[in-house]
Design a protein around this ligand. Sequence first.
Ligand code: ZN
Length: 281
Amino acid sequence: MLQRGVTGLANALTRPLISDGAEVLVRHIPHRVASTTAAVDRESIARRPCFLCAANLPPEQKGLAWGDGFTFLCNPFPIVERHLTVVHREHRPQQIAGQVGTMLDLAAALPGFFVIYNGPQCGASAPDHLHLQAGSRDGLPIVRETAGKAGPAIEAYGMRALLFRGPDRSRVRGETERALALLSAVTGRGPEPWCNVAAWTEPASGFSLVLYPRGKHRPEAFHTGELAVSPATIDMSGILVAPFPRDFERLSGEDVAAVYREVTIPDDQFRDVLARLENRC
Ligand SMILES: [Zn+2]
């Protein structure tokens, strides 16, 4: 299964496009169809056996224990090189509360990787089982777009996000948790705002954490059947997964920018959050 996935990634086609003035990568990976089109409503999730629970893993997937209750697993449907799923041992809901520090520790433990959190409403295919992911950040557009920038606002290829960075783990964690609370207040969504998170470390700048506030899970064109893209953290970081050849072949830079704009938090809410961050209220 993993061999099929690794071969599938090796054979994936990647097309660079200019989206709102910045380069993004559209990646055609047929083995992502099930994940892109997955039903993640409460009833569908309750009906299926949880594929992240230890009892339901393929017997060959032994895992490697890490940190406080987590296990590294190989992701058999990789989007990037060395794609890992980092799963909590207990079947408990996906939530960011208490996990920002875990993400930073994981980022520090995995040089050359980036660490991923997909919110339960925004791309987690197991919203009922706490998990992170990690993978190689080679060529990842968001790393290039944030290089040398201090944040907190990052606007690139159509999306708007918040960047927190520095050598001090507790400060980056505190700023992120404050931003999550402000996003919940501004968007009226709880217990956590709709979001994706990416984090990594670099020797020169320490921790970097990008918080992608989301307005929608999927673009309208997904629901009408016109376009099978379902953005999660890797997509928001600039690698847009297109599992069907027709989408991969016809997507233009303008189409891609429009998808990013549509699934990102609306501009007025983004400005409101930025103002509150700066006012320290
Ligand atoms: Zn589970």
